[in-house]
Design a protein around this ligand. Sequence first.
Ligand SMILES: [Zn+2]
Length: 278
Amino acid sequence: MSNSLFKFPMMICSTVVMFLNFACGAQMYQASLEEDHDKTKVPDYAKNPDSQYYGVHATEGWHNLPIPFKTGFALTADQKDGLNECIGMWESAVGKKLFKYLGPDDKTGDSFDDLYSSLSDTTNGHYLDTDWDKTGKSNMVLATTIWDTSSRNVDQIFTADIRFNTQHYIIGDSFSLLPSANDPREVVDMTTLCLHELGHMLGLTHVSKNYDRLSIMNPTIYIGEGLANRNLSCGDIKRIQQIYGCAGEACDQEATCAKFEQPSASDDDDYEADPASE
Ligand SMILES: [Zn+2]
């Protein structure tokens, strides 16, 4: 009994470390990202692994680059650093400037009456919601990306916001955050989370682990202190280039993949770390 109890955490550490920058020993669990966007806005082909547009919800993305955006005034320096890192990674993946920072916004997620009302202004914003329940989303949802497509062209995005659930989660650098002992909220790595959410904002949707197990657009992530996945898969790079094309060195897809994708584990490695298989 004691032997099997010992083996389980060791196995998790050895398999997860293949995919994540990772510090063992911290509390951790997988969180679902299934409900972090409006699935009714995702066309059927984007959900069909046989389609050439699998994983792409807006095939034309944003027409006018770079995308102007603001950050709600409540974002911490840590959160802004994470956001900048995500932006830099997606921009390197295509070799183009995708985003343009317009400065802080005088709003937070709490300034809006509900989830979708933040779309009605002209600002593309990143906002913290300390009253997450108001969004109508489950408290298990870490963040959500909302967007509108052009009325003339549903393949084109023209406005978007990202709302972060800081009522139920501490979002920041998971390697350095030190939550107070009586804070019940779990730590979520900002860079990991915003890489995924910016993927939605740019026009990507979820891809299954069976299809691309290293994709940042998998609908689950590990959360907890010292846990992060700050990588893009080759599939992510191909899909984002499918929308925005590429420029310069990024057009060498093989080299760009090598830059962002962590070495893959063998097929025998069990990402789910199922103790029954051991
Ligand atoms: Zn998602």
